[in-house]
Design a binder for this molecule. Structure first.
Ligand code: ASP
Length: 202
């Protein structure tokens, strides 16, 4: 999927639904694998639990945000979506402005959680707009926008970095696993909702 996304981006920016994946494989000479090979035992157990009426935790989304030395911001989100989703569902992760966002004036954001609520709240863009138009700090903007997601009926969290190097990783749950690295400092990690790095010294 990453190679397909890269090929599409290099050709010209268009957003495409994965229903055309066979065509993309042929067009860009990508490697094709059997979809069944991507079904892990853990994912199957989660689906079976869901179909049995148990609501297992929806984990598995991976996000990354980055600010480089030249001031460029980037965000990426990789997800399998929600357990037992309808075929063809497009979640918030792929929608720039909802689950993924980067703008060098403000911040980069990658979200995880109930995608439909993140779409309704337009979470990533909301964080950006609060910073750009209301002058909020990244932590304030990220936390306030997450209240909008909660009000839209969704739980989840996000990892965010600002153009000034602030890091904010708010979540509505008790835990969200995350790691960060600032400059040459060692990699740091946190699991509990609290524990984000302090603001940068400037
Ligand atoms: N937000 C993703 C989606 O709704 C799923 C997740 O992050 O757990 O597709």
């Amino acid at each position: 999927p990453i190679h397909a996304a890269r090929a599409i981006l290099d050709e010209g920016e268009t957003l495409r639904w994965a229903g055309h994946s066979r065509e993309l494989v042929a067009r860009y000479g990508l490697q094709s694998i059997d979809p069944a090979a991507m079904v892990t035992p853990a994912a199957r157990r989660r689906l079976e639990a869901h179909l049995a009426g148990v609501r297992p935790p929806q984990t598995g989304t991976v996000g990354a945000v980055c600010l480089d030395a030249a001031g460029a911001l980037a965000a990426a989100t990789s997800t399998g979506g929600r357990v037992a989703k309808h075929p063809g569902r497009v979640g918030d992760s792929a929608l720039v402005g909802a689950g993924t966002w980067a703008d060098r004036r403000t911040c980069a954001v990658s979200a995880t959680g109930a995608g439909e609520a993140f779409m309704r709240a337009l979470y990533g863009h909301e964080v950006h707009a609060r910073m750009l138009l209301a002058g909020q700090s990244l932590p304030a903007a990220a936390a306030t926008a997450l209240e909008g997601v909660r009000a839209a009926g969704g739980l989840g969290g996000a990892i965010c970095i600002s153009a000034r190097g602030e890091v904010a990783m708010p979540c509505t749950e008790a835990q969200m696993s995350r790691a960060w690295r600032i400059g040459d400092a060692p990699i740091a990690t946190a699991l509990a909702a609290e524990g984000d790095p302090p603001p940068p010294r400037r």
